[in-house]
Every structure is written in structure tokens, then in C-alpha cells.
Design a protein around this ligand. Structure first.
Ligand SMILES: [Fe+2]
Ligand SMILES: [Fe+2]
Length: 262
């Protein structure tokens, strides 16, 4: 079983970049399932109905989210319309949508879970560890991919080692910076601290540098703008799993610029 996982898609350049590589990657790698983190898909903050439709139309099977899952209130109107749109499981006081989803892929149950980390994050959330135990008790046996959305690489590493052998993969998201630590842990769980992002290559994590400088250095309250011009990057991981043990047999980090391997 081969699964492709795209890091946080930032704005229209991210959607365009993912669309471009999906036109050849899916076939080239013979993937069975495509997952993408869409928490920044619409102008960098949250996801609109239109952009969720665009990603699904272009071949993404499951969209996960993150701390920006509710940056647009309109998500309340459509979160339950899509079977494979997954918001963080451990958010508090929100009953709509789902924090994990199970799909049938060639007769194998594949569950995808979205969790928010706690270190250096503003959101008040339930414990990711306790939440994961609850999900494991409820989810069917099969391949289980966790999108662990957090700022701290060590927190993500602790989680992955704690659940090594119990889930198939722990894929870190949120920092938008691809780490160089993708590997299979001793008990068979694929892990990377952060898969990176998809969007404008020459940017501050997808945003136009001057608008971020104005905000961070000079205290300008204007929202940061998306970088629209220039090269576009796609950060992803290609995962392979044994369909009997459900554990990982391969994990490869991918980095494309304008559709070409970096
Ligand atoms: Fe993000
Ligand atoms: Fe995030």
C-alpha cells in the first residue's frame, strides 16, 4: 500500500503546485491514497468550501487540518458534507465534523487521524496521548496514519516513539519546514517531524516576506499576504506499508520545485 502525504498547502500557489505534481506523481508512484493538510489552503488561513472541492477534484482523497481548522467560520456549514475532511480530534467544545476517518483502500481499512500538539501552541486542547488511546480503541484494525500538527519537533518525536508499533505512521505538520529525519522507528512506525509545506518557495512559510517583516518587526497589524509569484514548491512524503502487519516498509521525503525534484 502506497500513500502520498502533502504538507500544509498554503493559498492558491500551494493548490496550484499540488495540482501540477498530482498530474504525474500519482501515476509515477502508483499511489493508492493521497492525503493533504489543507489548514492554510484559503489565503493562508483555514479552508473554504471552494478550495476543499478543488483539492478533492484534483485527486486528494483525504484533507487534514490543524490549528487554522476554524479560521473561517464557514467551515461549520460544510464540515459534515465531506466524508474525508478531518479536523483535529482533540479540540474542545466542538461537535461538528470528525477527528479521524476510516476508508477502505483495496480491501484494507486505512484510518487517518488529525491531532493538535500542545507545546508552543495557543489552542487549549485535550491530551493528544489520551485522545490517541481513545481513537485506537474505536478505530478498526488496519493502516493508521496520524497527522500530528504541532510546533515542537521533540513533542512529535515523543508521540511517535510512544505509539511506535501501534500506528503505521506519525507525520508531523504545522512548521511548514521539511525536516531531514524521516525514518521507520524500531517497531515499524514511519515518522517524520515535519513534512513541510506546499506553496511559494521564496517566502516565509508561504507568506510574502515583506508583509511578515512589517508585522513581526514593525508591529503592523495588517494580515500577512500570501506570496503569489515565483517558484512553487511541494513538500510531501511517500509512504509504503505492509498490508498484513500494517507497519511501514518505506518512507521517502519528497521536495519538488516547479514540478522538478530539488
Ligand atoms: Fe500550516
Ligand atoms: Fe498550523
Amino acid at each position: 500500500m502506497r500513500i502520498l502525504f502533502f504538507g500544509d498547502i498554503v493559498g492558491d500557489p500551494g493548490i496550484a503546485a499540488v495540482s501540477d505534481v498530482l498530474s504525474f506523481l500519482g501515476e509515477e508512484f502508483d499511489v493508492d491514497l493521497i492525503i493533504a493538510n489543507g489548514e492554510n489552503a484559503t489565503k493562508g488561513f483555514g479552508i473554504s468550501y471552494r478550495d476543499a472541492c478543488a483539492l478533492f477534484d484534483r485527486g486528494v482523497d483525504i484533507i487534514t487540518l490543524g490549528n487554522h481548522w476554524h479560521s473561517r467560520n464557514s467551515i461549520d456549514d460544510f464540515i459534515e458534507e465531506f466524508d474525508t475532511l478531518v479536523r483535529p480530534y482533540n479540540v474542545r467544545d466542538y461537535d461538528f465534523g470528525q477527528g479521524y476517518v476510516t476508508v477502505d483502500v483495496n480491501g484494507v481499512a486505512v484510518t487517518v487521524t488529525n491531532l493538535l500538539g500542545t507545546a508552543f501552541m495557543k489552542e487549549e486542547v485535550n491530551s493528544p496521548i489520551v485522545s490517541m488511546h481513545d481513537i485506537l480503541a474505536a478505530a478498526p484494525e488496519g493502516i493508521h496514519i496520524v497527522d500530528y500538527h504541532g510546533e515542537s519537533t521533540s513533542e512529535k518525536s515523543v508521540f511517535a516513539h510512544y505509539f511506535d508499533g501501534q500506528v503505521s505512521a506519525v507525520i508531523g505538520t504545522h512548521t511548514h519546514v521539511q525536516t531531514n529525519d524521516a525514518r521507520i522507528l524500531p517497531q515499524g512506525t514511519a515518522f517524520t517531524s515535519d513534512v513541510g509545506f506546499c506553496g511559494a518557495q521564496e517566502s516565509v512559510i508561504g507568506f510574502e516576506p515583506q508583509s511578515v517583516i512589517n508585522r513581526i518587526v514593525f508591529g503592523d497589524p495588517k494580515p500577512m499576504a500570501i506570496s503569489m509569484d515565483g517558484d512553487r514548491c511541494v513538500n510531501a512524503v511517500l509512504l509504503e506499508f505492509d498490508e498484513e502487519t500494517y507497519m511501514a516498509t518505506s518512507v521517502k521525503t519528497l521536495y519538488y520545485i516547479n514540478g522538478k525534484e530539488r
